[in-house]
Design a protein around this ligand. Structure first.
Ligand code: FEO
Length: 161
């Protein structure tokens, strides 16, 4: 594989695992704040991020490349509110979209068609990830500090499987 495409994909394993760590930390904070539905949603999301990391891991191995796992940074443990949590989720997903786009551009430059096809799944997935994060942020913003409103959102988020 082209060195730039390989390196950015190997780094993406770390970015996805950091995403899992970040969302799990948010999940723990929500659990402690008596928001079990928010916590459950974020825990499912953390699991999906691990799956994303494994997709890159398996793709690199399938292409005969070496997987080099790097240290995962410590995520924040304190958040101001559920709104703060979802502002950070949305912001983080936008960063991930930019990272995936940058890998795709490298694959285009390198004329690496197999990587382009592989990355299409992530490009579509990021549209969904940003949509979910922004719609939850929107709901949380609308209810403000209303305990009843937050309880309703918590109940709804707890249904995610
Ligand atoms: Fe793996 Fe939330 O992007």
């Amino acid at each position: 594989m082209n060195a730039k495409v390989y390196e950015s994909m190997n780094d993406q394993i770390n970015h996805e695992l950091y995403s899992a760590y970040f969302y799990l930390s948010m999940s723990a904070w929500c659990e402690s704040a008596n928001l079990p539905g928010f916590a459950a949603w974020l825990k499912v999301q953390a699991g999906e991020e691990q799956e994303h990391a494994l997709k890159f891991y398996e793709f690199l191995l399938d292409r005969g490349e070496k997987v080099v796992l790097k240290a995962i940074a410590q995520p924040p443990a304190e958040f101001a509110s559920p709104k703060d949590v979802f502002e950070k989720v949305y912001e983080h997903e936008q960063k991930v979209t930019a990272l995936i786009t940058a890998i795709y551009e490298k694959a285009l430059e390198a004329k690496d068609v197999a990587s382009q096809v592989f990355l299409q799944w992530f490009i579509t997935e990021q549209v969904e990830e940003e949509k979910h994060a922004s719609s939850i942020l929107d709901m949380v913003t609308k209810v403000g500090s209303s305990a009843g409103g937050l309880y309703q959102i918590d109940h709804q988020l707890g249904k995610r499987e």
